[in-house]
Design a protein around this ligand. Structure first.
Ligand SMILES: [Zn+2]
Length: 258
């Protein structure tokens, strides 16, 4: 037997085994129904089951034109919330698709930690609808980056997945390297406001090679949930203005009635 066959055979066997494994996985994917990411019930197609879908709380006007926090009643066009006046954010405007609650939290977690990348286009389309006005004026989209260590562990950045859908829907290009995360931060959700600000302080910077790409541009930061405006402040140093588009935000109507 020529030596070359002796070497080639195990490779071929391995390739056949890989193919078999891939085929099995595809069969299993077909056989196993998709589960609703919120209640784990089987669903037709993808996304939420009808019951969870009906509980999802989309944010619509009237809301604060600056922060995007919904008002309990309509105070008239262009009115800002007390929060926006008392503590103006670093960004110009923020819009979120849905309120942060049990259902939207389940979607965010499924996308982030549950390998449900298939949810990103649906969530991205909802964000795109909520941020239509912001996207119409955007020069570029900036997905909020993960620290490389977290990116390495998770293999993907959920903000970049959402930004890809927003870019396809709006035609605005993605400026992926415009912002770098220079230190890892603990998860923002559930932290008090004061700790959240500390948590992101110094976490982001605009790398030297991206300063020209940011200068004078109208940028839209894209993230899954709204954290403190730390990264908005960093980008604003050079950009013409920075808007923020997120999937879910905490919106407490008791605190935002004016
Ligand atoms: Zn459900």
């Amino acid at each position: 037997m020529p030596a070359s066959i002796g070497i080639a055979l195990p490779t071929r066997v391995k390739r056949a085994a890989d193919l078999l494994r891939a085929a099995l996985r595809a069969t299993l994917d077909l056989a196993l129904p998709t589960l609703c990411p919120a209640c784990r019930e089987p669903v037709e197609g993808r996304g939420l089951c009808p019951a969870c879908w009906s509980k999802l709380s989309f944010i619509t006007r009237p809301y604060c034109e600056r922060l995007g926090i919904p008002f309990v009643y309509d105070p008239g066009p262009g009115i800002l919330s007390m929060e926006a006046i008392a503590d103006p954010p670093a960004y110009r405007r923020a819009r979120a698709a849905v309120r942060f609650d049990d259902i939207s939290r389940a979607l965010v977690h499924a996308l982030k930690y549950g390998d449900r990348l298939d949810l990103a286009p649906m969530m991205g389309r909802w964000i795109s609808r909520a941020g239509r006005e912001l996207l119409a004026e955007a020069d570029a989209l900036v997905p909020v980056p993960l620290h490389w260590r977290r990116l390495w562990a998770r293999r993907f950045n959920q903000s970049a997945m959402l930004a890809a859908t927003l870019s396809a829907e709006s035609g605005a290009p993605i400026a992926a390297g415009a912002l770098k995360r220079v230190k890892p931060t603990v998860q923002q959700v559930g932290l008090p406001r004061s700790e959240r600000a500390l948590n992101v302080q110094g976490a982001f910077r605009v790398p030297a090679e991206s300063k020209a790409a940011v200068a004078g541009r109208r940028l839209v930061l894209v993230d899954d949930v709204l954290t403190s405006g730390g990264h908005g402040r960093r980008l604003r140093a050079g950009a013409a203005n920075v808007d923020v588009l997120i999937f879910a935000r905490v919106a407490d109507p008791m605190r935002t009635s004016i």
